[in-house]
Ligand binder design. Structure first.
Ligand code: HEC
Length: 124
């Protein structure tokens, strides 16, 4: 194979590595999600100990229909971007002080981000 042809293939394949890394991270997030699933459903309107996480990314914090949120979560006042969500999963009390989620956080940003990657795939 000519050298220039090899180079062309590198150019073609390199961008494919990015979504693949994303998919691998999402798979890792899926593996971590059962901890969350003890309290959270991904189905719309299905609240358990915690609110449904259906459509969580882009939604306003503390507004999932039919769930009785803590005053802290109700007045959080922001929308869940992927970055904000990862920070919250990593350390909930730092992001929304006084919230009532009985889960201390992953305290591992890589795990938190992988859960967000998973939620981006499934919570729409
Ligand atoms: C033991 C139960 C429990 C576990 C485990 C748990 N949560 Fe929660 N979660 C809650 C409760 C309760 C709330 C509501 C907190 C409040 O109102 O202050 C909540 C709130 C949230 C919210 C805010 C929802 C909204 O509509 O604004 C997100 C996002 C969230 N949890 C994600 C997660 C993720 C991701 C995990 C797993 C890493 C997880 N939770 C683990 C019970 C739990």
């Amino acid at each position: 194979m000519k050298k220039s042809l090899v180079f062309a293939w590198v150019l073609v394949l390199a961008p494919l590595a990015v979504p693949r890394a994303h998919a691998a991270s999402a798979a890792q997030g899926k593996a971590a999600f059962p901890i969350c699933a003890a309290c959270h459903s991904l189905d719309p309107g299905v609240n358990k100990i915690g609110p449904s996480l259906h459509g969580i990314i882009g939604s306003k914090a503390g507004t999932a229909p039919g769930f009785s949120f803590s005053p802290a979560m109700k007045k959080a006042g922001f929308s869940w971007t992927p970055a904000k969500l990862a920070q919250y999963i990593d350390d909930p009390q730092r992001v929304v002080p006084g919230n009532r989620m009985p889960y201390a956080g992953t305290h591992n940003m890589n795990t938190a981000k992988s859960i967000v990657d998973y939620l981006e795939q499934v919570s729409k």
